[in-house]
Design a binder for this molecule. Structure first.
Ligand SMILES: *[C@@H]1O[C@H](CO)[C@@H](O)[C@H](O)[C@H]1NC(C)=O
Ligand SMILES: *[C@@H]1O[C@H](CO)[C@@H](O)[C@H](O)[C@H]1NC(C)=O
Ligand SMILES: *[C@@H]1O[C@H](CO)[C@@H](O)[C@H](O)[C@H]1NC(C)=O
Ligand SMILES: *[C@@H]1O[C@H](CO)[C@@H](O)[C@H](O)[C@H]1NC(C)=O
Length: 359
């Protein structure tokens, strides 16, 4: 099953109707998980949602901005697609679920799991030994696999690619773990330290996976062998293709659409009407070029909109006991992609120029 199913709006509510309010329904995770894993449903739910929130943050100023519609993840040729973008969705969801479960475990939310103490007391390096509470990522990884990977029931290359990307997401958590240490010894001499492994902030995992998204590779199999072959040959071709790809890398099957143009029937909303950032003291280069990427390169113009907000200001405390304020108006300027005047519209070849990585 593809990410469309990941975000299917089919809500089969298992326990709590509050879940059904969210468009990013992850109830199908909960449905597919084995019964014994009922304990973990709220964590899986929270983790998947955390993953999607992070996706929205990472792609805020991209043409594709991690939309909630299940359709937008599709391409023209059907509902199931495996693009660069869906590879990220798979990785960040799997990572989110693993992350939350691991955190839950460390703070003692589950009876059957606690800190990873397998290395406690062992020598780690020069003047430090393992101690403290290392986050139990193996536990989070196991349960995440049970829920998230269970959605891939197919035996085709699409399912294999989705599973690979789920795994890359989980590995991202391990790759970004950090060592924390505490000093011991006579009056803080720090002659010996105890250290444990700790999860990074989920933002760091999002940043890491965004880079993996930028570097994602197209998964190509030996077409001749595939065409000629029986299913054993297909599996062989698939295994060969996978053997060249590191487990930490994201992969995709289909090229992405340009995401500029709206075509709701295939779930593309386009960038018309999107906000972009024009000015501001402290913008990153990626943010500074957002108007070019979202508007100009897509054939839209940038429209300035001013809004006035009235708020309290210059508040003073008067004896006793009132606070008096002035009303101040502040003008906020925002920028949005808008349609050009018809006569000045560039040819469509211009509008379709390039995709995600142009700026
Ligand atoms: C695990 O943590 C998440 C997020 O902090 C929370 O929403 C969820 O309820 C926790 N699960 C359990 C079983 O405590
Ligand atoms: C939307 O996409 C479909 C499938 O590719 C295509 O047939 C249709 O013409 C497109 N519609 C618009 C308005 O571009
Ligand atoms: C995770 O799964 C592996 C393999 O099934 C198992 O050996 C290991 O004990 C599990 N770890 C935890 C913490 O559940
Ligand atoms: C500007 O950006 C830098 C680095 O991203 C950050 O440390 C700093 O706090 C920011 N300053 C303001 C005023 O937001």
């Amino acid at each position: 099953m593809g990410p469309c199913h990941l975000f299917a709006s089919v809500v089969i509510s298992m326990c709590c109707h509050v879940f059904s309010a969210t468009a990013w329904s992850v109830n199908n995770f909960l449905m597919t998980g084995p019964k014994a894993y009922l304990t973990y449903t709220s964590s899986v739910q929270a983790g998947a949602q955390g993953g999607i929130q992070e996706c929205k943050h990472q792609f805020e100023w991209d043409r594709w901005n991690c939309p909630e519609s299940p359709l937008q993840l599709s391409t023209h040729n059907g509902l199931r697609s495996a693009t660069r973008e869906t590879s990220f969705v798979h990785a960040i969801s799997a990572a989110g679920v693993m992350y939350t479960l691991t955190k839950n475990c460390s703070v003692g939310d589950f009876d059957n799991c606690g800190c990873d103490d397998s290395k406690i007391g062992k020598i780690g390096g020069r003047a430090w030994i393992w101690g403290g509470c290392s986050d139990n990522v193996d536990f989070g990884e196991n349960v995440s696999k049970e829920f998230v990977d269970a959605l891939e029931t197919g035996h085709d290359s699409r399912a294999a690619v989705n599973l690979h990307n789920n795994e890359a997401g989980r590995l991202a958590i391990k790759e970004t773990m950090k060592r924390s240490c505490k000093c011991h010894g006579v009056s803080g001499s720090c002659s010996i330290q105890t250290c444990w492994l700790q999860l990074s902030a989920f933002r760091d995992i999002g940043d890491y996976l965004k880079l993996k998204h930028d570097q994602a590779q197209k998964f190509e199999m030996d077409k001749r062998r595939m065409r000629a072959g029986n299913s054993a040959d297909n599996r062989g071709a698939m295994a060969d293709a996978f053997s060249t790809i590191a487990r930490t890398e994201l992969i995709y099957l289909e090229d992405s659409p340009d995401y500029c143009t709206r075509n709701v029937s295939v779930g593309l909303y386009g960038t018309e009407g999107r906000e972009c950032l024009q000015s501001g003291k402290n913008l990153s280069q990626w943010e500074r070029r957002s108007c070019r990427r979202l508007c100009h390169d897509c054939g839209w113009k940038v429209e300035e909109r001013r809004t006035e907000t009235v708020s309290s200001c210059n508040c003073k405390f008067h004896w006793c006991c009132t606070v008096k304020c002035d009303k101040c108006t502040q003008v906020v300027t925002k920028y949005f992609c808008a349609r050009r005047d018809r006569s000045r519209r560039p040819p469509s070849s211009m509008r379709r120029r390039n995709r995600v990585h142009d700026a």
